[in-house]
Write a protein that binds this ligand. Structure first.
Ligand code: NAD
Length: 331
């Protein structure tokens, strides 16, 4: 039974606490937070202890930590935890700074401790089935990928200001999905971005609507569309055209009822947001981490994968500012 420490007791930490406790191979022993009362509340819900982050990292009886703290703490905590002999599952993104993320890899790799990055969408049953069909050769060679990723509503401005911007905070998931589906990183990134949903987002120096085109060495293409607002719910679709067919992963709906009347044919909206849509994915992500630690399976999403996605976010940010394509090798 793996003993787990959870660093951070905010929004996503609650999701992970559920997954850790529900898994037969892991037990949540301690929770920390910058605000101790947050840690106490979450720890109490799961029969764990509230401790400081330093105490958890220094405790030799804890096998692994899950880092669900604010993004600007991730690299420091990955380094501290791996140096203390702990395996790590860290939330995305690795860091707000690509340079700092690369240093984090250089500093943590020599410890030999496994580090997984929380790109939960790889574990979504729909996207997983799509990737399995692709890998089985069912649509031939992947040639044109389209990823649609719209949030139902923008986050609070206070969040926007510390998020690192849409490309590092939101589209980072889609960059990783592109790498997952296309099985390699692109060579160039071209971004067009605007602020058309909420002028306050623009005033905070960010964008809320963006389209990115990724071009691969052999000419294959991926297109990612993001918006911070979709009034009908969380819109998460992936479409992949291959040399011998097409794969499409559609939205999860609130229910499957379709109403047909003289007025037309209508159905339910997509589930509201990531907590509703991706619960099974977070549980499967945790299962894959436990599997890697206990059965010697490969870490399915590595720190290097996290850095690849962050490099694409950096390139997209530069491209949106200059209006020019950016070669990934230049960032
Ligand atoms: N994979 C996903 O779907 C997903 C979804 C949401 C958030 N995230 C990521 O998870 C991270 C947390 O996001 P959130 O929405 O839960 O934020 P949040 O603000 O709700 O929670 C973060 C918590 O970390 C605490 N904290 C900060 N520094 C700390 C430290 N050194 N030690 C202990 N606690 C500390 C804060 O007090 C806060 O309670 C971010 O990096 C975000 O990008 C990922």
């Amino acid at each position: 039974m793996l003993k787990i420490g959870l660093l951070g007791a905010g929004r996503i930490a609650g999701v992970h606490a559920t997954a850790i406790s529900a898994h037969a191979g892991s037990t949540l022993v301690a929770v920390s937070d910058y605000f101790p009362e947050n840690a106490q509340k979450l720890a109490a819900e799961y029969g764990a202890e509230a401790r400081t982050t330093d105490e958890i990292i220094a405790d030799p009886s804890i096998d692994a930590v899950l880092i669900a703290t604010s993004t600007d703490t991730h690299s420091d905590l990955i380094e501290a935890a791996t140096a203390a002999g702990k395996a790590v599952l860290c939330e995305k993104p690795v860091d707000l700074s690509l340079e700092r993320a690369r240093t984090c890899l250089a500093n943590s790799a020599p410890t030999g401790q496994p580090v997984m990055i929380g790109f939960n969408r790889r574990f979504d049953p729909n996207f997983g089935a799509m990737k399995a069909a692709l890998d089985a050769g069912e649509i031939g060679k992947a040639e044109l990928l389209s990823i649609t990723s719209f949030d139902p509503a923008p986050p609070p401005i206070a969040y926007v200001k510390v998020s690192g911007g849409l490309f590092r905070d939101m589209m980072i998931h889609d960059f990783d999905m592109a790498n997952f589906m296309m099985d390699e990183a692109p060579v160039s990134v071209m971004a067009t971005a605007s602020c058309i949903v909420d002028p306050e987002i623009g005033a905070a120096g960010d964008v809320d609507t963006a389209v990115v085109t990724l071009t691969y060495a052999d000419g294959r293409i991926a297109v990612i569309s993001n918006s911070r607002r979709a009034v009908y719910g969380y819109d998460q679709r992936v479409e992949l055209l291959g040399s011998e067919g097409l794969l499409q992963a559609q939205n999860m709906l609130e229910n499957t009822v379709v109403k047909s009347t003289t007025n037309g044919v209508t159905g339910a909206k997509p589930t509201y947001f990531f907590l509703e849509r991706y619960m099974p994915a977070y549980a499967a992500e945790w299962g894959a981490f436990v599997d890697a630690l206990t059965n010697g399976a490969d870490i399915p999403v590595t720190l290097s994968d996290g850095i690849d996605a962050l490099a694409m976010a950096e390139a997209a940010t530069q491209s949106a500012q200059t209006g020019m394509p950016v070669k990934l090798g230049d960032v």
